[in-house]
Design a protein around this ligand. Structure first.
Ligand code: HAM
Length: 449
């Protein structure tokens, strides 16, 4: 026989850096957020779309932009070799975001030919190789939506932008997020952006050498990205750069003004932020982010963008599709949840309450292993009647059964030889300490009372 002492201990495997498990004490809040979002999206006429978790790398290179941080440094990409003569080798990527995939599906399924505005939402994991920290993961979840369609469907109207922003404000309020802030900007049409980029390039040329290394590179490759920079030392110089608002065409300006008027009509507060250009290249005109209040209250620290989005009127054409203006957003679900948890903890501290999970209706304790099968059958009967039930094991000592039952459930049902023989069960209610005999036939009613 092999001496087990000589077998070297294997290190326990762990979840990959930047990924995490959500355990059952956490998932109820996730499900609550998702079901609230689904119900609200339905009220605004959105339907769910599910696209694949991996796509061809080219989709993101063309859609999100080669020069963006996402495409240039953060994608999980691999070469998928051909396995059969019918297959081609291809570069695949775990989706870093879902807008490109949704627009690909819109084109592929010719959704534009319906002539209708498409209102699509999704909930699912996204993948970016970022430096993990609180609120920033390599696998994270987004709840997003896109409104897209041919121009004749009204997809370009500023009303659509306002509807999306009003919907988001309602969602955050309904979920109980306090003190959110909407940052809003217009990055203009593609033509406005070309003129603005030129102005930025010219303004950056004489001061470039004063900027950090990353910004020096961005000044060359994609000057707009300099505006995203969080580098402390560069902030004064960046704030003095030309503002996009001064380069908007009359059309873009009018679009933005109409959006603001609709937001005012719906009482959605906003802060105009001329530096909000967002880190993806497909944006045109409206861009926005909702942030949680910084610091401890939000639970997020510097990762305080709860969600981001904007208009992408040229994306469909960039992906080889028809003209199909669109606007959408994606909520960082992990960040939303962290914010809700931080709020709940703060509330519990001030009110002295605890965040207890709801208790089960009953815990069935078979008193010896002989009663195990009948105990399971009783659990089956109660669960079928809609009650939440856990069933113990006849090998457990009575004390242990009571301890487990007390932490898990509102009632314990004792189930021994006598109970099986007489069909009269012993039911104890923990809240009152009351212990009664109940006929099997009356048990469901007693538990529901
Ligand atoms: P995004 O700003 O790249 O936009 O991401 C949206 C949100 O996802 C962020 O505001 C943040 O809350 C969350 N997020 C991003 N990266 C991470 C991460 N590593 N860990 C945790 N959360 C993260 C988009 O993805 C666009 N597709 C949004 C959009 C839809 N624009 C138009 N339609």
């Amino acid at each position: 026989m092999a001496d087990s002492k000589k077998t070297p201990a294997r290190p326990a495997l762990k979840a990959v850096r930047g990924t995490r498990d959500l355990l059952p004490d956490q998932t109820p809040l996730w499900n609550h957020v998702e079901s609230t979002a689904r119900a609200l999206f339905a009220r605004y006429g959105f339907g769910e779309i599910r696209t694949p978790i991996f796509e061809s790398t080219d989709l993101f290179a063309r859609g999100v932009g080669e020069e963006t941080d996402i495409v240039s440094k953060e994608m999980f990409t691999w070469e998928d070799r051909a396995r059969a003569a019918s297959e081609k080798a291809q570069q695949l990527t775990l989706r870093p975001e879902n807008t490109a995939g949704v627009v690909r599906a819109y084109i592929e399924h010719k959704l534009g030919e319906t002539g209708q505005l498409q209102k699509l939402y999704y909930i699912g994991p996204q993948f970016r190789r970022e430096r993990p920290q609180r609120g920033r993961y390599r696998q994270f979840w987004q709840i997003g939506a896109e409104v897209i369609g041919p121009q004749s469907s009204g997809s370009e109207s500023p009303l659509r932008d306002a509807e999306i922003l009003e919907m988001l404000a309602s969602l955050l309020t309904e979920l109980g997020i306090r003190d959110w802030r909407l940052e809003l900007n217009s990055v203009g049409s593609t033509e406005d952006r070309i003129r603005y980029n030129q102005a930025l390039r010219e303004a950056l040329a004489p001061i470039k050498h004063l900027l950090c290394e990353d910004n020096q590179r961005r000044a060359e490759t994609n000057p707009l990205r300099v505006l995203d920079s969080k580098d402390e030392a560069d902030q004064d110089l960046i704030n003095a750069l030309p503002k996009i608002a001064d380069y908007l065409s009359d059309d873009s300006r009018a679009h933005f003004t109409q959006l603001l008027a609709a937001l005012d009509a719906c009482n959605v507060p906003y802060n105009l932020n001329p530096r909000l250009v967002r880190g993806l290249d497909y944006y045109t005109r409206t861009t926005f982010e909702f942030t949680a209040t910084t610091g401890q209250a939000s639970g997020l620290g510097t990762q305080n963008a709860l969600l981001g989005g904007g208009r992408y009127d040229g994306l469909s054409e960039m992906l080889g599709g028809p003209r199909a203006p669109g606007i959408g957003f994606a909520i960082g679900e992990d960040r939303l949840i962290l914010t809700l948890q931080a709020q709940q903890e703060a509330d519990a501290t001030t009110s002295g309450t605890t965040l207890a999970a709801p208790k089960l209706d009953a815990y069935i304790a078979p008193l010896t292993p002989t009663q195990n099968p009948a105990a399971l059958a009783l659990a089956q009967e109660l669960r079928t009647a809609g009650l939440t039930v856990e069933v113990g094991d006849g090998t457990f000592k009575l004390r242990k059964s009571f301890d487990i039952a007390d932490t898990l459930a509102r009632h314990i049902i004792l189930f021994g030889e006598d109970e099986v023989a007489t069909n009269i069960l012993t039911l104890k209610t923990f809240a009152t300490g009351e212990q009664v005999k109940v006929a099997h036939a009356n048990l469901i009613a007693a538990l529901k009372a």
